[in-house]
Design a protein around this ligand. Structure first.
Ligand code: FDA
Length: 502
């Protein structure tokens, strides 16, 4: 039936029968704070006054996750899954509604990676980090890889649920494009694999966002082939050395490059940094860059020939000489504040607009811009194949990323208004009707769910939902109505159930 009014004592009592007490941390208990903050990456969400979960349940096995969902359902305590805790708006561990009674189901311990190099497949627990996944794949084979994000501490669970892209996307697509099977706890606490959940739900969990359909405990992945040696380079070009012209040209050439190269750009302060991974030797890369992008002036001396696994360290830590074990480092306490927004660019932005952007980047509170080119495999997959709709026709993803270290409401306001101001100024030059964004770069500015009759409103949700999912939003809502009609799994940007046709 529906969701009962919250009875926390009954919830904890129910959990007590199934989960060892050392894995349940209730608000106010001595272990609570350290457990809560263990994977928080954003200082914005550790501030006093942030609405907190009533309890944190650490799942050490599937039955613990099932118990959290069953007990939560029975006693009116909602469950938010947390894998790597990297959600840009903190929705895996906080609620913007102070009345919400919820518990965090922390999956960090479900981090097994089992690689079958012969079949080029792997099972990975949602609680593993991308670094742990890459490390295990690299240890099993020098010619296998997995296409996913750049930052090694990001959690597999949230990342794959929202799509997941990184340096291999132009060759192999999203992380979510390379999922073969998954094990999920549904709103009734049942454990379902792909066959048992059916193709609609399996479609929804590969890009539709993690919060809406259940808790994915593990994923079966298709590993991809890479050469034993790949080539990377990083080239910095200051504003006064034609960075504006280079970015302007980059917009047209980089999405049209062959699939075995990615050339991304980070624009910060008064320079543009061009970063590349090429699935081949330096000599071929130099020829390719000379033919396609001579203006960049790339030469053999820019090349580093390394293994794919070293390249994951290179992009996460900006050095290929650091030990691979860095990939296993989950990090410590959050040390910075973060606010990000994203756009998709479908027509090259004129060079005079890039020229005027330098003024924004010069400000003392400036953040940075990350330009990730699509095309290649990203453009080949149909926009309906997964919930992630940003395929053909998108030149690149533009991320506005602001981070800072100083405390205080004034600083927060300054940084937020920098990101929002630049985003507003870019409006004429990015995707329209709707202006789109990437769900894994969660942005509460796009909109927030409203509850009507204890269920999330579909018509209100469409406003932010179609920005992330375009035409796939309605199908996601239909799946939601089928698998979680009472809307147990919800947050401020979860998929609402599609109302029955009148
Ligand atoms: P977290 O645990 O916070 O979960 C995110 C959302 O998914 C929450 O709503 C949560 O409830 C839900 N969820 C988590 N686990 C679930 C599970 N097992 N089952 C169901 N729902 C679940 N992205 C990208 O594509 N490429 C990149 O290179 C990067 N780089 C990057 C760097 C940094 C520093 C940050 C902070 C973020 C990124 N991202 C990224 C974005 C990242 O992909 C996104 O934040 C993911 O949702 C993070 O997944 P976590 O498991 O860490 O988040």
């Amino acid at each position: 039936g529906g969701i009962a009014a919250g009875d926390v004592d009954a919830f904890l009592h129910c959990l007590g029968a199934a989960v060892p007490p050392r894995l349940v941390h209730t608000l106010g208990s001595p272990s609570y704070d350290a457990t809560l903050v263990s994977s928080i990456r954003n200082l914005r969400f550790v501030a006093p006054g942030t609405p907190r979960p009533l309890a944190i349940v650490e799942a050490a096995e599937a039955s613990h996750a099932q118990a959290a969902v069953r007990c939560g359902r029975r006693h009116g305590v909602r469950v938010r899954a947390r894998s790597g805790g990297h959600d840009y708006e903190g929705l895996s561990y906080l609620s913007l509604d102070r009345r919400e009674r919820f518990a965090v189901l922390d999956l960090a311990a479900l981090c097994d990676v089992r690689v079958d190099a012969e079949r080029a497949e792997a099972w990975v627990g949602s609680g593993a980090t991308l670094g742990e996944l890459y490390y295990a794949v690299g240890a099993a084979s020098g010619t296998l890889a997995f296409p996913a994000g750049v930052c090694s501490t990001v959690g597999v669970g949230g990342h794959i649920s929202g799509g997941g892209f990184g340096t291999l996307m132009r060759r192999y697509g999203l992380a979510a494009d390379n999922v073969l099977d998954a094990v999920l706890v549904d709103a009734d606490g049942r454990l379902l694999n792909r066959t048992a959940m059916g193709e609609d739900l399996f479609w929804a969990i590969r890009g539709g966002g993690g919060e809406s359909f259940g808790v994915v405990l593990s994923w079966k992945l298709r590993l991809v082939r890479v050469p034993e040696t790949v080539t990377v380079f990083t080239i910095l070009r200051p504003r006064n050395q034609s960075a504006t012209d280079l970015i302007t040209k980059w917009q047209e050439i980089s999405p049209a490059m062959p699939r075995d190269i990615i050339l991304r750009v980070v624009v910060q302060s008064q320079h543009a940094q061009f970063e590349s991974l090429f699935l081949g030797p330096c000599s071929r890369l130099v020829r390719l860059m000379r033919a396609r992008f001579p203006e960049l002036g790339m030469t053999q001396s820019d090349c580093e020939e390394i293994t794919w696994i070293q390249s994951t360290v290179y992009f996460a830590f900006y050095s290929s000489s650091k030990p691979l074990e860095l990939l296993l480092d989950r990090g410590t306490e959050p040390d910075r504040y973060i606010k990000a927004k994203s756009d998709y660019v479908q027509e090259p932005i004129p060079s005079h607009i890039w020229e005027s952007t330098w003024a924004w980047l010069e400000e003392p509170d400036a953040g940075l811009l990350i330009l990730d080119p699509y095309g290649g495999e990203m453009a080949r997959v149909s926009p309906a194949a997964t919930p992630f709709p940003h395929r053909k026709g998108n030149l690149y993803n533009l991320q506005y990323y602001s981070f800072w270290f100083e405390h205080g409401a004034q600083r927060l306001e300054k940084h937020l208004s920098w990101v929002r101001g630049l985003y507003e100024e870019m409006e004429p030059y990015v995707s329209k009707n709707p202006r789109t964004g990437y769900v894994n770069y969660r942005d509460m500015d796009l909109g927030r769910n409203e509850i009507e009759g204890n269920v999330t409103s579909y018509t209100k949700g469409r406003v932010w939902g179609e920005m992330y999912f375009k035409g796939n939003f309605e199908r996601l809502a239909a799946v939601k109505a089928m698998v979680d009609p009472h809307d147990f799994f919800r947050n401020e940007q979860s998929i609402p159930p599609l109302p029955a046709a009148k």
